[in-house]
Design a protein around this ligand. Structure first.
Ligand SMILES: [Fe+2]
Length: 339
C-alpha cells in the first residue's frame, strides 16, 4: 500500500528541513539505543545514506527511490537492525519537524507509513516488539504473538494496522513525557499497538466502510473494545494488556464504553492510549474527511479535557507537539491548566 502523501509544498519544505537538520537528526538517532547492533559508525553511514534518498524522494517525488535503495543496501541478516534504524530516523525527523514547525498531520502520517513500508520491504515485523523489554520472561512470547496479531490485522485492514503502530508510538511518547518508568512506557507502547486488536472480528463491510458509521453498525464497531480484551485474556503473555484494551474508549465523564467508567476508575494507561488514539485519528486522513491540522487537533483535545480525556495526558501531548515560538501554543497551555 502506498503511503499517504503530503502536498508538494510540504514535501519541498521537508526536503529542505532534512538537509538543514541532517546532523541533528543523525545525532538523535545515534544517541538512542537503536544503533547498538550495527555499531555507531555503520549506523551513521546508513542513516546519512537514508537521508540522501529521503531528500531525493521528497524533492523530486521519486517514490521508488527508497524501495530500490533498501533492496540494494540491506542484507537479510541485518534486516531487523536496519529496519530499526529506518524507523528511528523517521521518528526523529517527524518529531523534530512537528515540534519546530508545527506542520500538518500529513507529515506524521507520511513518516509512519514510510516506516511501515520499509519494514514490510525488509520482511521485518518484530521491530516494534524488540523495544518492549518490560518483562524478559515474557518477551519472546509477546514478540511472537504481537507480531502474529499485527500481521493478521494488516491483512484485514492495513490502515488499522498502521494506525495501531502509530498509536503505540504516541502512547510511548506520552508516557515518557509524563515521566513514567521505562517499563510503563513500554507497556504503553504495547497497549497502544494492540488497542484495536478486537477489530480482527469486526465485519469487513463495517471495518472498511469508507464513510461514517450509522445505526447498528456503531454498536458492532464498539464491540471491538470488549472483544479485544477477551482475545488478550486468553493469551497468558498478554493478559495484563486486556484491561487497557477494554477501557481505551472510556471517557473521564463516564459517557464512554463499554463499562462507562469514570475518572480515576479508568486505568491510567488506557487514558494515555485514548488520547494517542484520538489525536492520531484526528491528524490522519480518512476516506470521508481530510486530516485535521495539528493545531486544530490540539484545540479539540483541549476542549475535551475533563470530559473525554485526562488533563495530565492532554498536557503531555501539548508539551510534545508545540510549534516553537507560537503565541497560540501559550494560549492552549494556559487554557488546559485552568480547565
Ligand atoms: Fe478503538
Amino acid at each position: 500500500m502506498r503511503e499517504s502523501s503530503p502536498t508538494q509544498d510540504i514535501c519541498r519544505r521537508l526536503a529542505l528541513y532534512v538537509d538543514a537538520r541532517r546532523l541533528d537528526i543523525v545525532a538523535t538517532v545515534l544517541g538512542s539505543n537503536v544503533p547498538r547492533r550495527l555499531g555507531t559508525k555503520a549506523a551513521s553511514v546508513f542513516v546519512h545514506a537514508f537521508l540522501d534518498r529521503l531528500s531525493q524522494e521528497l524533492e523530486i517525488g521519486d517514490r521508488d527511490a527508497i524501495d530500490v535503495w533498501i533492496d540494494a543496501q540491506v542484507v537479510e541478516s541485518d534486516a531487523c537492525a536496519f529496519a530499526a534504524l529506518l524507523r528511528a530516523t523517521c521518528t526523529a525527523i517527524s518529531e523534530k519537524y512537528l515540534s519546530e514547525c508545527g506542520d500538518p498531520g500529513a507529515v506524521v502520517s507520511y513518516f509512519s507509513s514510510l516506516s511501515s513500508r520499509s519494514m514490510r520491504r525488509l520482511g521485518v515485523e518484530k521491530i516494534v516488539e524488540e523495544s518492549h523489554a518490560f518483562d524478559p520472561s515474557k518477551l519472546s512470547d509477546r514478540n511472537e504473538i504481537v507480531s502474529a496479531l499485527l500481521a493478521v490485522l494488516d491483512e484485514r485492514d492495513p490502515a488499522t494496522c498502521e494506525h495501531s503502530r502509530a498509536v503505540g508510538m504516541w502512547s510511548g511518547r506520552i508516557a515518557k513525557t509524563l515521566g513514567l518508568s521505562v517499563e510503563e512506557q513500554n507497556f504503553a507502547i504495547l497497549a497502544g499497538t494492540l488497542h484495536d486488536v478486537g477489530k480482527l472480528t469486526t465485519p469487513s463491510e463495517i471495518l472498511c466502510n469508507p464513510g461514517p458509521l450509522v445505526g447498528d453498525d456503531w454498536q458492532t464497531m464498539r464491540a471491538h473494545a470488549r472483544i479485544g480484551a477477551k482475545i488478550l485474556e486468553r493469551i497468558p503473555a498478554l493478559v495484563d494488556v486486556a484491561p487497557i484494551v477494554r477501557s481505551h474508549h472510556e471517557r473521564i465523564d463516564g459517557a464512554g464504553y463499554p463499562d462507562r467508567l469514570e475518572g480515576d476508575d479508568i486505568p491510567f494507561i488506557a487514558r494515555v492510549v485514548s488520547v494517542a488514539d484520538s489525536f492520531h485519528a484526528m491528524i490522519s486522513k480518512r476516506p470521508y474527511r481530510k486530516s485535521l491540522p495539528v493545531l486544530l487537533a490540539l484545540d479539540e483535545l483541549r476542549a475535551g479535557v475533563g470530559t473525554q480525556w485526562d488533563r495530565d495526558v492532554i498536557g503531555a501531548v501539548l508539551q510534545i507537539v508545540q510549534p516553537a515560538g507560537s503565541v497560540r501554543r501559550v494560549g492552549v497551555l494556559r487554557s488546559v491548566s485552568s480547565a
